[in-house]
Design a protein. Structure first.
Length: 94
């Protein structure tokens, strides 16, 4: 099961799902601001990355960092219900 939304998230999501949030140009590339994905579909972060690149081929050439529950992650990590994954485009600031 999967749910899509083009609106930013401003409230609780389905606690039985993994919530994936897209930011900046990634929203423009994919056409969605968030999706909810069943943990049965993607048991870990590597599986989620692969699934998202299949579901959204526009991500294949995109550069982005991945945060899980507001912490940047570089390796693999087990995912379960209620986790929030954010795809963050490169940015700079001062």
């Amino acid at each position: 099961m999967e749910k899509n939304s083009t609106n930013p998230v401003n409230g609780a999501t389905d606690p039985s799902m993994i919530e994936v949030r897209f930011y900046g140009p990634l929203v423009e590339r994919t056409g969605v601001a968030r999706v909810e994905i069943s943990p049965d579909r993607c048991g870990d972060l590597d599986g989620l990355r692969a699934y998202l690149r299949t579901r959204f081929p526009e991500l294949e050439a995109a550069q982005f960092a991945v945060a899980v529950d507001e912490e940047i992650r570089h390796g693999n990590l087990s995912l379960g219900a209620g986790r929030v994954v954010a795809l963050l485009p490169p940015f700079s600031g001062g």
